[in-house]
Design a protein around this ligand. Sequence first.
Ligand SMILES: [Cu+2]
Length: 169
Amino acid sequence: MRFYGLALVASAAVLGACGGSSDKAKDTTAAASTAAATPSTAAAAPAAGAVAKKPATGATVDVKMIGDDKGYRFEPADVKIHEGDAVRFTMVTGGPHNISFDPATISDPTAKAQLDANMDNKMAELSSPMLMNPNEQYVISFAGVKPGTYPFHCTPHLAMGMKGTVTVQ
Ligand SMILES: [Cu+2]
């Protein structure tokens, strides 16, 4: 006798798959930004422009602007003048150089405005243009600039100590 025991184990593997994809209607609202062309209201009202340039009436003192193997410097770095004199800066070597007074060092607003007015072709307040080539000159009148000490520097070479002072006696 043969006895066949057949055990059928049906294991139902239930795979629960939850793949619910909800369609979301994307509402793209294009915000039409109507950027109104704002006219550049550059109010060309020079408040300090009321100060007129005053030409020098006295002596002219020369200062050389030098950059060589000894460093960058004004020569002489510290000059003493009288009100009404002018300082003539001459580019010698190692340019570009410029002459820039730090507005923060001039506490008197009248002196600051007059000195600024006396400077031609400025890059910024109290800052001369760059002198690129040998023998280029820049003259600053100190007419109307009251007595005091006015520190200045060369913007490109300030970190290398190229600075000086003009003392109006
Ligand atoms: Cu310089």
